[in-house]
Design a protein around this ligand. Structure first.
Ligand code: DP6
Length: 351
């Protein structure tokens, strides 16, 4: 499929209407870090969709008023966010030709703490794209579930790259790779269920909130710095190559190799930040303390507790459902001390 396939119909029938949608966040295992024009990723990525961490959004469209956007986050008006959405809507007009023909009031709420480092842009743009597709169905006629989700994923990507993976449950791939049939740079696709071992279908993600403040460098700036990073091409190549063992690991249920690959991806992401010009570090002391404690724990107990990191200081603790009790007690006793205000968001993967 190409961008042309997503161009919207010129005959539409608009009317004032409110729609509400909800979309979960996701956590990448093979990371997207670096992109080209029009939100084309430099390498393919794969993520788990979360279950409880979601954004709930209601969108009121007032037909035939001058185009404007007003946004409220947890009841408080957010002017900066409204400006961002306004720009985004202008940018996607060719895909939804009715989009600038009215006024919007958007109310949005996250089920997880603000600035927790959980990707609110992923669930946020996912929910907005779903609302837009709900309005589109009403103005231009209903599409199949498959077509509507694919276009929502396409539109979400143009808001925030990782958001396109949040439209599907389970493991989701974004970016063209020969290892996953149907994969595309333009939208996310669900990783085939039959290719995933049972052990990876029941998984926990507990997010340790090490640092809840504003990040010193945003993801968009970080992606931009990959343009001049001398290691970027090697990194993009490695991420592409990592799909080969990942496919095998997922099929066989090879936990040991999964842990190694996922932690390597997380550390590589942060290594890229340290090798950028200018360099930046998003990990905090607590992040490193937690990583070392996890490694000690694994050495001593051989239990499958491991981590991944987003573009921030917080640590996503990953462990399969089942061998949980000893892992949970260890987290409570040894790792919570590194969080601000004992902050932990307990989630599971959504299958
Ligand atoms: C480290 O999707 O937030 O979480 O496309 O500029 O909105 P934009 O960036 P964003 O980047 C996410 C980067 C990451 C890795 C990942 O989710 O794959």
């Amino acid at each position: 499929m190409t961008t042309q396939d997503f161009i919207g119909k010129e005959n539409f029938n608009i009317r004032t209407q409110t729609v509400s949608e909800s979309c979960p966040s996701n956590i990448a295992l093979i990371k997207y870090w670096g992109k080209y024009a029009d939100q084309i990723p430099a390498n393919p990525s794969i993520s788990y969709t979360l279950n409880h961490c979601k954004t709930n959004t209601s969108m009121e469209f007032i037909a035939n008023e001058t185009f404007s956007v007003q946004t409220f986050l947890a009841g408080n008006e957010e002017v900066k966010f409204a400006e961002k959405i306004e720009k985004y809507f202008r940018n996607i007009e060719q895909y939804l030709p009715w989009i600038l023909k009215g006024k919007y009031v958007i109310r949005t709420e996250n089920t997880f703490p603000h600035s927790s480092g959980i990707a609110s842009s992923a669930s946020g743009f996912g929910a907005i794209a779903k609302c837009l597709m709900a309005l589109d169905a009403s103005f231009t006629g209903k599409k199949s579930e498959e077509e509507s989700l694919r276009k929502a994923s396409f539109l979400a990507r143009l808001g925030s790259g990782s958001a396109c993976r949040s439209l599907y449950n389970g493991l989701v791939v974004w970016g063209k790779t020969d290892e996953v049939s149907g994969s595309s740079d333009l939208f996310g696709v669900q990783y085939p269920d039959a290719e995933i071992h049972e052990v990876f279908k029941n998984f926990n993600d507990w997010v340790l909130l090490i640092h809840e403040g504003q990040k010193s460098v945003s993801s968009s700036v970080g992606h931009g710095l990959m343009k001049t990073n001398p290691y970027a091409e090697r990194r993009f190549q490695e991420a592409r190559e990592n799909f080969v063992p990942m496919k095998e690991i997922l099929k066989k249920g090879d936990m040991e190799s999964f842990i190694k690959l996922v932690e390597h991806e997380a550390l590589t992401l942060h290594a890229m930040m340290m090798m950028s010009e200018p360099a930046f570090i998003l990990m905090k002391t607590g992040t490193l303390e937690v990583i070392n404690k996890i490694w000690d724990f694994r050495r001593e107990t051989k239990l499958p507790l491991f981590f991944t990191l987003d573009a921030g200081a917080n640590v996503h603790l990953l462990f399969p459902g089942g061998a949980e009790d000893q892992i949970k007690s260890f987290i409570e006793a040894e790792l919570l001390q590194y969080t601000q205000k004992n902050g932990v968001v307990k989630d599971v993967m959504r299958f």
